[in-house]
Design a protein around this ligand. Sequence first.
Ligand SMILES: Nc1ncnc2c1ncn2[C@@H]1O[C@H](COP(=O)(O)OP(=O)(O)OP(=O)(O)O)[C@@H](O)[C@H]1O
Length: 821
Amino acid sequence: MGVGNEMRLNKEQEKISYMKPSGHALIKGIAGSGKTTVGIYRIPFLLNNYCGESDDSILLVTYNKTLVNYMNYIYSKIAREYREAYPSLFELPKQRVKITTVDSLLYPYFLRGAKRSDKTYTTNIGNGEKMGIVKEYIEKLAKDFKDVTLLRDENAKFLYDEINWIKSCNYLEEEYQSADRIGIGRHEEHIQRIPKNSSTRAAIYQLMEYYTLEINERGKVDFNDIRSMALEEVRRECSKRYTHIIIDESQDLSKLQLEFIKELYNDEKSYSSLTFLFDSSQSIYSQSWLGNGRNFTSIGYNMVGKSKSLSKNFRTTTQISQAAYSLLKKSTEVVRDENYVKPFLVDKQGEYPVYRNFSNEREELEYLRETLVREGRRYNKNEILVVARSRNQLEIAKKYLEENNISASILDRDNDDFESDAVRLMTMHSVKGIESKLVLLININDGVLPYYSSTDETVRELEEVMEKKLLYVGMTRATEQLYILSNGTPSQFIGEIDSDYLRLRRETRCRTYSNISIEDYIFSDKLLNKYSSEEKIRQWVLGELIKTYGYPEENLEIEYPVQLGSKKGFTDIAVFRYEGSKRISFILIEVKAGDSDMGSALEQLKSYMAVTPQAEYGVATNGRELFIINREGIEVKDIPEFTLEMMATEAEETLYLDLRRDRKLSLVRDDNGSGELKVDYGDIIENYSKEEQKKIPIYGKISAGIPIFMNNDLEEEISLPLELLKTEDCFALKVKGDSMTGADIDDGDYVILRQDISANSGDIVAAALEDEATLKRLMKMRNSIILLPENPEYEEIYINEQDVNLLGVAVGVIKRSKNVL
Ligand SMILES: Nc1ncnc2c1ncn2[C@@H]1O[C@H](COP(=O)(O)OP(=O)(O)OP(=O)(O)O)[C@@H](O)[C@H]1O
């Protein structure tokens, strides 16, 4: 979570933060929905109201040291900022409140236990030594368990994970034999990782026992030994218990850790509380107990009637949320979890995530460097977070950046300087719970993500789900802008993110490359070689011109001839606009196959533009890289979107939704110089002379889906019959977003609004919310207003009547595309 000066808890969050404590409770919430926020805000509330006795105290606990550091950092920041406004709220007697990790609570008990048994242990055991022991005993056991094919050297890493898992669950052998592995065995069709009651499980259990004995004999312990010894010790005697415990990221705690926390809970007071903050979509460890689908009853709590959900992501922009959810949406393992919370989009306008693929690591690093320099103009270094799957990849990136004079620092459990003036680097696992304005996920390659610990198919299927959640965690860390980079073959998960939500460049509308099937090719009768890889790229570009930029097919041409001296050249695509009936090829596009060098493509493009004086823009792309230049050959952000003015005006036909009369009309503008407008009412066609029309101004975009900044720049004008507009003052806005699609209002349409400051229930209105504007259907309640989207993916906006600044009431819509109705 971050610190927003004006952050106010929403209703759901307020209810949870200030609810009367009554035993155990479950707060489920999607990434960024304010679970940690609620946890932190609940502390002063509990302290002031439910900590009356001298032994009462509060514990906020999680598994991850970095997150604890971060929570303390945020907590003290909030305390500082809000102390003046709410002196009582943040004046916390420190000794009554503890924010810490489970393991640091555990450790003293482990030490006490070791002392009691007169033993000294060291945790100094490296991965090499661990694997060595596992392999040694695999060999021994393979002789006794001849039918167990898993007992092979190459599965050592997997078997080691399994050992860890058994230990983290504190299982006896018969419990392990009947345990649902990874917890998703609840659904019959799900695979058991290893068959229950099998000799394979017997062998693994024995391997676990041998392994533990061996390391203990060497005077060493691993984390699970520490935890289980501590659990034994705390059960013998607990030295401090807490009246209120809040567990953040509870989905990722192991059973041992959860059992330990239970021992610290003083449930004897009438106002005691144990709160689990939980998100099944973010469980990223195989040892996670609850996050892998296990019911809370498995740790002794029945959550029926005790759970609440937070479903709005306040952290990321709508665009980043859409991309992140699209990754999880198709994963049945994730969405069928009984604790899965369906996310709702929050209107928070931003830019789409950028996805780039490079041929090698060096190119990717260079792009990372360039991006950091470019984005460094908008963000401080410590607002930038680079995230990779492994520590090793971070080391490589850090080295490269530092060689290029960009200070970078790897944040981990020992380094929690969130404010230092350096780009922050973190692994995907340690970044959980944390956020940053700009996030760059690097090395999202095949072989890196998903990472498999075994060649066993069933194991891989299960690990795949976890690895997908890991990418989801990474993506949902960005509050403003997200970049996803890969090199070589990209991770399979990239293809699972809906390409609608990815862009090749920031500030360019063009979506990332996606494969179009040959049956859907356009201009297919004109294609010389349908099967070429260049054609794939061209079809993707054509698709973008039509879907993203709104150009009708009539405004596009392929193999457009240009005269180069005595020779004829052919540009791959030309985009036209019309001035009256004059056709102007104002964008020329050169496409190349995926691995082509862009230098020569750019040269070719420039030569074509040089002999085509009307060409204002040139585009060159190979699907991976995209260059957009102007006539001077200088790179520009984007090509223009299609506008009605670009149509051939001799028969410009548009569709108009008359909202007042609920009818659809066709408008045809003649180009005989008279400016006459013909309106087809269905039963009658009327002609309107110029004098019978009214010019209305079109302002900058409004968001139907996403409130965006109002832009007062006058863009252009539109003429409509006076009869349709009546005498009122009207203006038009261009719609952006998809939250009103149920009312036939789509992205790129023009909505005609009557300037007004009052509206009736049921009207579609444009309203300004602070500096932002949004198009929604208005409903009046007693003292408040609900702004309703017409798309089930979006949530309604509740607002006090006096806070609504009405811009206008929609009277009609000019459709961008005439094919939609
Ligand atoms: N009501 C709100 N209004 C505006 N911003 C909010 C609100 N609630 C939370 N936020 C902000 O949203 C971000 C995410 O909050 P928080 O970290 O508490 O979510 P979380 O559910 O714990 O997320 P995750 O599980 O992804 O770590 C933070 O920046 C927080 O300040």
